[in-house]
Design a binder for this molecule. Structure first.
Ligand SMILES: Cc1cc2nc3c(=O)[nH]c(=O)nc-3n(C[C@H](O)[C@H](O)[C@H](O)COP(=O)(O)OP(=O)(O)OC[C@H]3O[C@@H](n4cnc5c(N)ncnc54)[C@H](O)[C@@H]3O)c2cc1C
Length: 236
């Protein structure tokens, strides 16, 4: 099992977990996608009959609401688990460590991870909130050829993992399994509300550009510049 770069403080997952589900199960697809994108080794014994469902997954039949069933290496069995429960079980679910940040970034795709690297390397207290798995769209790209520094191209997964590692080395925090649902723009503060009720306060926030109403690119640049300036002032 490869280490999980950038998640150095998180426990690597070395043993296979098993996911039992019938063919075409949408929740199972979501879980498989998450496990795959997170480099978690797993087996997916597809259930084809009621008898097999009873024998292998300990449920009544193929339509049992307990499916999909996830069995972890330590024997823990979860029926129809949410991603959050899986992330918690893996020991990857974290609370924000600061009461206030300089920059919150919603999403851990490659562009936003770049922002995390630049922000954290400038000493900004940076937190990345990701509702699913680190990588974003890059997880589906086998070769990205226009990224600076990779003249031969780079696999999207590798690019995102390197970016995650780099961001974490500079001290950026990554909160997995959390979704930003609402933002408030107060003078000098961006308050982000997560789906689980957590509130994250920061001087600047980066979220999907199209959701910002006015002059998004300019606003983004201004926010970053303001955050960097006030951080420098705090230090001096
Ligand atoms: C198959 C494919 C090939 C590509 N090839 C190239 C290429 O060769 N060159 C190139 O320049 N670009 C390429 N792209 C585009 C490139 O991948 C994207 O431009 C890039 O991924 C955008 O990065 P991003 O950080 O903005 O976020 P994205 O990669 O779009 O990821 C967004 C992340 O944010 C998370 N998220 C969204 N909303 C929330 C929320 N409210 N709270 C918490 N998390 C949230 C999502 O779960 C996701 O992980 C390709 C894309 C695909 C799909």
């Amino acid at each position: 099992m490869r280490p999980l770069p950038g998640m150095r403080d998180l426990k690597p997952v070395s043993s296979k977990l098993k996911l039992f589900a019938p063919r075409g199960s949408l929740p199972a697809y979501t879980i498989r996608d998450f496990l795959h994108r997170s480099d978690i080794p797993f087996e997916y014994p597809e259930l084809r009959s009621d008898e097999q469902a009873r024998r292998e997954a300990a449920v009544r039949n193929l339509n049992d609401p307990g499916l999909p069933v996830c069995v972890f290496a330590d024997g823990t069995r979860m029926e129809n688990p949410t991603l959050r429960r899986i992330i918690e079980k893996l020991g990857w679910f974290r609370d924000p460590s600061c009461s206030e940040y300089d920059m919150t970034i919603y999403g851990a795709g490659p562009a936003r991870l770049s922002s995390a690297v630049y922000g954290a390397s400038e000493g900004l207290r940076t937190v990345v909130v990701e509702r699913f798995a680190v990588r974003g769209q890059a997880g589906s790209s086998s070769r990205i050829e226009n990224y600076l520094g990779f003249p031969q191209g780079v696999n999207g997964t590798e690019l995102a993992e390197r970016a995650r590692d780099q961001a974490c080395r500079f001290g950026a925090e990554i909160l997995l399994g959390r979704e930003g649902v609402r933002g408030e723009f107060l003078p000098g503060k961006r308050v982000g509300y997560l789906a689980d009720g957590t509130k994250i306060i920061a001087r600047a926030a980066i979220s999907e550009l199209r959701r910002l109403r006015r002059g998004p690119r300019l606003e983004l640049i201004l926010q970053l510049a303001r955050a960097a300036r006030s951080r420098t002032q705090w230090r001096s």
